[in-house]
Every structure is written in structure tokens, then in C-alpha cells.
Design a protein around this ligand. Structure first.
Ligand SMILES: C[S@@+](CC[C@H](N)C(=O)[O-])C[C@H]1O[C@@H](n2cnc3c(N)ncnc32)[C@H](O)[C@@H]1O
Length: 198
């Protein structure tokens, strides 16, 4: 896969950085799940030079992520490794936090549960798990555009789609994490910040 470009990454990277930078102020190693094009990784690594940003994704994305990393010439963003949260072995990596953007609505419900289990096994107590994307609340879409986006997702893959906030919090709790904050983000997205407690 050649170098890919996502316009939504360009639009959401600054608002995401504004929320996550203070949350990650004492973090040294971050794992990103579903790095996608690689744009977020390069931008966040550039803006948070004290952090080592580890990228990962399903195999078909790795070459494209590498293109962004090679072009950036940044030393603190690491080449991607294959991580499908359901089908891959999880890495032996010591990380202070895990970040993922716009992946939960692409994943099947089983994948989301597996992601929480894998992240919980990776993090130390008080480690952070930060998730960016759209969620439903009280079984309701938060906007007409999210409803239409969910229809488009399910038409493409019936097992994908926008997940319920309450279910995500339950999965986190089962994995030993608690919700610390839920941030409202532009264009009907959220940032959910979890911390591992046991
Ligand atoms: C819409 S893209 C988002 C990419 C990027 N994070 C962004 O915000 O632009 C969804 C990402 O989720 C990843 N993803 C979907 N299912 C996955 C799974 N089971 N394990 C790991 N990543 C997965 C895809 O490979 C893809 O990179």
C-alpha cells in the first residue's frame, strides 16, 4: 500500500492533541492500535517529542504507515507491527498508555471486547486507554450524521457500526478499567479516557 491520506485525520488531529497532550504528560511509551494512514502517529510524535509512539495495525496498513514514518524522519515514532486485536499475538511492550482513533466503529463487537482484554493485559496499574470516535448514548445516535454514517458502515459490514457508550464502559470495567473522563469533540465525536485499576 502506498502513502495514504485521510482528510478527517488532518481535521481532527489538533482537537485530539489538545485533549490527549495533558493526559499523556508523564507517559513515555504509547501504543496506537489501528494507526490507519499513520498521519496521527507522525503528528502526535512531532508534537510530543518526549513520547515514543509505537504504531500498529492490520497487515494491509503497515506499508502505508511506514511511508508517513519514513517521510517524517522522526526518531520517536516507531515502525508499525501487525496487531489485529482478535487474531494477532499481543506485543511484549512496556507502555504507559494505549490510544486508538476511529477504530471501534470499524471493529466487530467481539474485536472490541478482545481489545479491552489485550489492552488491560498490557497496561500497568494506572495506565491510560484513550479512545477517540463516535458513540451512542442511551441507545440513541447523538446526531443525524452519525445515524447516517452508521447505516453506511453496516451496509458495508453488518457486524461493524457505532457502539454504545454504556457497553464500552461495561467492557472496560470487566477488564479492570474505569472511565475517568468523557470529552465532547467536534463533529459528534468523543474521547473516552479509561484508567487501569486492577
Ligand atoms: C477508519 S480507520 C481509522 C484509522 C486511524 N486511526 C484514523 O483515525 O484515521 C479504522 C482502523 O481500525 C483498524 N481496525 C479495524 N479492525 C481492527 C482489528 N480487529 N484490530 C486492529 N485494528 C483494527 C483498521 O485496520 C483501521 O486502521
Amino acid at each position: 500500500m502506498s502513502k495514504q491520506y485521510s482528510e478527517s485525520c488532518e481535521q481532527n488531529k489538533k482537537p485530539i492533541l489538545a485533549v490527549i497532550k495533558p493526559l499523556l504528560k508523564s507517559a513515555e511509551n504509547i501504543l496506537e492500535i489501528g494507526s490507519g494512514t499513520g498521519q496521527h502517529a507522525v503528528y502526535f510524535a512531532e508534537k510530543m517529542p518526549d513520547i515514543i509512539w509505537h504504531t500498529s495495525d492490520c497487515s494491509e496498513y503497515l506499508e502505508g504507515i511506514n511511508c508517513w514514518i519514513n517521510d517524517s524522519a522522526l526518531a520517536n515514532v516507531k515502525k508499525p507491527f501487525e496487531l489485529n486485536v482478535t487474531h494477532s499475538s499481543w506485543p511484549q511492550l512496556k507502555v504507559d498508555a494505549v490510544f486508538t482513533a476511529n477504530s471501534v466503529h470499524i471493529m466487530h463487537q467481539l474485536d472490541v471486547g478482545n481489545m479491552f482484554k489485550g489492552v488491560a493485559a498490557l497496561l500497568q496499574t494506572d495506565g491510560d486507554f484513550i479512545i477517540y470516535g463516535p458513540f451512542n448514548y442511551n441507545k440513541q445516535y447523538t446526531s443525524a450524521s452519525n445515524a447516517s454514517f452508521d447505516g453506511w458502515l453496516k451496509n458495508r459490514d453488518p457486524l461493524s457500526g457505532i457502539k454504545h457508550f454504556e457497553n464500552i464502559v461495561s467492557l472496560a470495567n470487566e477488564a479492570g478499567m474505569v472511565l475517568i473522563s468523557d470529552y465532547e469533540m467536534p463533529v459528534n465525536n468523543r474521547i473516552l479516557h479509561f484508567s487501569k485499576k486492577r
